[in-house]
Design a protein around this ligand. Sequence first.
Ligand SMILES: CCCCCCC/C=C/C(=O)SCCNC(=O)CCNC(=O)[C@H](O)C(C)(C)COP(=O)(O)OP(=O)(O)OC[C@H]1O[C@@H](n2cnc3c(N)ncnc32)[C@H](O)[C@@H]1OP(=O)(O)O
Ligand SMILES: Cc1cc2nc3c(=O)[nH]c(=O)nc-3n(C[C@H](O)[C@H](O)[C@H](O)COP(=O)(O)OP(=O)(O)OC[C@H]3O[C@@H](n4cnc5c(N)ncnc54)[C@H](O)[C@@H]3O)c2cc1C
Length: 667
Amino acid sequence: MALVESSINLEVGKVNPDLQKERDGASFNPNDMTLVLLGGPKRAQHRREVVRQLFSDPVFNQEMRYSQSKTERYDQAMHQSIRLAEYMIEKGWTDKEMQTAAVALHYDLATAVHAVMFVPTILRLATPEQQAEWLPQAASFKMIGTYAQTELGHGTNLKALETTATYDRSSECFIMNTPLPSGMKWWPGGLGKSTTHALVTANLIVDGQSHGFQVFLVQLRDVETFEELPGIEVGDIGPRISVSVTDNGYLIMRNVKIPRNNMLSKYCTVTSEGKFLRQEGTAKSNYGTMMMVRASIVDLAFQNTSQAVTIATRYGAVRRQSELKPGAKEPQIIDFVTQQYKLIPNIALAYGLHFTKEYMLSYYHQVFEEEIQKGVYDSVPELHSQSCGLKAYCTDLSMDTVEVCRRSCGGHGFMMASGLCSLLMDGLGSVTYEGENTVLYLQTARFLMKNYAAAMQGGRTARSLAFLTANHPTCELLDVFNLPQLQAVFDVRAKFMLECGAVRMSESLKNGRQQYEAWNENSVELVRASKAYLDSFTAVNFMKRVSTLDIKPELKDVLMKLCRLHALHRIVSSAEEFLQSMAINTKQLEDIRSAEIKLLASLRPDAVALVDSFDYHDQTLNSALGRYDGNVYEKMYDLTKRNPMNEQSVHPAIHKYLKPFQAKARL
Ligand SMILES: CCCCCCC/C=C/C(=O)SCCNC(=O)CCNC(=O)[C@H](O)C(C)(C)COP(=O)(O)OP(=O)(O)OC[C@H]1O[C@@H](n2cnc3c(N)ncnc32)[C@H](O)[C@@H]1OP(=O)(O)O
Ligand SMILES: Cc1cc2nc3c(=O)[nH]c(=O)nc-3n(C[C@H](O)[C@H](O)[C@H](O)COP(=O)(O)OP(=O)(O)OC[C@H]3O[C@@H](n4cnc5c(N)ncnc54)[C@H](O)[C@@H]3O)c2cc1C
C-alpha cells in the first residue's frame, strides 16, 4: 500500500531528474546525431512526421499488447494492416511511409510477409505482364499473399522440397500437389488466416522430367468469403515461442489446377507445348528474394539492438540500487562499471550495426538495381555470401545484446512491460528464418574458401577480401586506439582463420576424404573462419565510415570512441583467435582490456544521449523501463492496474474451486 501511495504521488510527465541530469551533461546534442544516423534533416523530419501521424491514431496504440491473447493480438494486427492500407488511399502514403510505419510497429501486421516477401518476389521474379496483372491487386489487398517455401520435412535443403507442379499440356495448367506428410508447406507467415494467395515453391515437372525449384502463384481462398478453395487445406501451425501476431500456417494442395501463366517467368518459363526455357539469369536467380530479405534482416538486427540498449541505458540511469560509496545515497546502477560493461559496448555495437546495415542495403540496391537489372551477375556471389553472413552475424549479436540488456534490468527485465522480453522472443525467429544461421555461415565460408584459393594462386579476390593479398606485418599494434593499426589486427586474424580452414580442408582431402566429407569434418573451423571475416568486415566498415564522416567535432569525437570501443571489445570477445594468429600478443591484450575500461569511463557521460539519438518513439519501445521521461515506476503501476488479472478483486476461480473445497472440508 505504501508503495502505491508513493508512486501515485509522483508527477507523471515530468522527466525523471536523474535522466535529465544525464541529458544536461552530454557532450553533444542528440538531435545532431539523429540527423547523422537518419541521413540528414529532410529524412529525419519525414520519419518523425510518419511516426507522429501513426501514433496519434489509437488503432496503433499497442500499450496493452503484453496482456493480449493471441487472438486479440491478431485482431489488432489485421486492424493495423487495414488502417495502413487506408492511409495509402487517404494520405497518399507510399512504400516509403509504409516501410517506416512497419519498422515503428515491429512488423506487427497481419500482412507483413505480403509486404516484405510476396510483393518483392513478384517484382523480382515475374515478367512485366505478370506484374501488371498482379501488383495492382496486391496493392489494393484484393490479393493478400505469402511466400510458401519451407515444408514440414525440409527448410534448409531446397533441392529436397517435395511439392510438385506438373505441367498438363491438354489444359495448359500446372497441377499442384503436396506429398504427405513431409511435403506440406509449414511456417509461411500469414498463411494461417490472412492470405488469399501464396507464392509456392515447387518442383516443376514436365513430361516426367524435373526442372527443379520454380515459383508459382496459387490462389488459396475465395477472395470474397475467405473460404478455402477446392483442393486446398490451410491453417495456423499452433503456439510458438512468442505470442507473435503472425499466423504462420500450413498448406496442403490436392490436385490444384493453376494456369500456365501462374509460374513466375522472368527467368524461366514453360511454353504451351510444354517446353522448358531459361530466359536469362543464373541457376540461382529464383533464390533472389532470400538475398533481399536477408539484407533487410541486417536492418532488423540493428533495430532490435538499438531498441534494447535504449531501454536498458535509460533504466540504468533511473534505477538506484545498492551502495557504492559507503554511507552515500544509493547510486544510479549505470555507475557500476560492471553495468557499464553490459551496456556501453552494446551501444557501440548498435552504432556498428547501423553502419553495417547501411552498407548491406546499399550494396544490395547497387547489385540489384544497377547490375542485375542490366543483366550483369558478376557481384551476385559476393552479395549472396555477405547477405548470408551478415544476416547470421548481426542477428546472433543482436540477440545476445537483447538478453544482456534484459538481464541488466534485474527483476523488471523479466516483465513483459520492460519491452525487452518481446524484443527477445520475437527477435529469436531472426536467427532461424530466412536461412538458419549456421547454414548461412557455411554459405559464406564456401565463398571465402574459393577466394582464399584464388588469392594463394595469385588470382583476383572479391572486393571485400582484399586483405587476403595485403601484406600486414604481425604485432604492429603500438597504439590500441589507432584505427589503421586496429584494422590490420582484424585483417591478420581473419586471414589466419581462413588459412586454418583452408589448411584443414586440404589436409582432409590429402588424407583421402571426399570434398563433402572434408567439408563436414572441418565445418566448425569453417564457421569460425566466417565469423572472423564478418567480425573484421563490420569493425573495419565502422572505422572507415566514421573516419570519413564530415560532421561536428563533438559528434566525430564520440563516434570515434565508439568504433574504437567496438573494435577493442570484439578483440577481447575472441581473444584466443587474435593471440593464436599473433595479431596481438598477451601484453597487447592486457593493454586492450585496460583501454576498454578507460573508454567506458569516457563514454559514460554520453550513454543516455547516445541512445536518445536513435530517436525511438515511446510507443515503438513500448517499455515502462525505457520511457523517454524515465517515469518507470508510475508506468509499471499504471500498467499493472490495467492488467486483466486485476479486473476483478476476487478471481472466479476462488469461488469455483477453493470455496467449495473449504465448504466440504468444514463438513
Ligand atoms: C525484415 C523482416 C521480416 C522478415 C520476415 C521473414 C519471414 C521468413 C521467411 C522465410 O524464412 S522464407 C524461407 C527461407 N529459406 C531459406 O532461407 C532456406 C535456406 N537454404 C538455402 O538458402 C539454400 O538451400 C542453400 C543452403 C543456400 C543451399 O542451396 P542449394 O541446395 O541449392 O545448394 P547448392 O546446389 O549446393 O548451390 C550452392 C550454390 O548456390 C549459390 N547460392 C545459394 N543461394 C544463393 C542465392 N540466394 N543467391 C545466389 N546464389 C546462391 C551458392 O553460393 C553456391 O554457389 P557455388 O559455390 O556453387 O558457386
Ligand atoms: C518465425 C519463423 C518464420 C518463418 N517464416 C517463413 C515464411 O514466411 N516462409 C517460409 O517459407 N518459411 C518460413 N520459415 C521457415 C524457415 O525459413 C526455416 O525454418 C529455416 O530456413 C530453417 O530451416 P529448417 O527449419 O528446415 O531447419 P533445419 O535445416 O532442419 O535445421 C536444423 C539444424 O540442422 C542444421 N543443419 C541443417 N542443414 C545443415 C547443413 N547443410 N550444414 C550444417 N548444419 C545443417 C542447422 O544448423 C540446425 O542446427 C519461418 C521460420 C520461423 C521460425
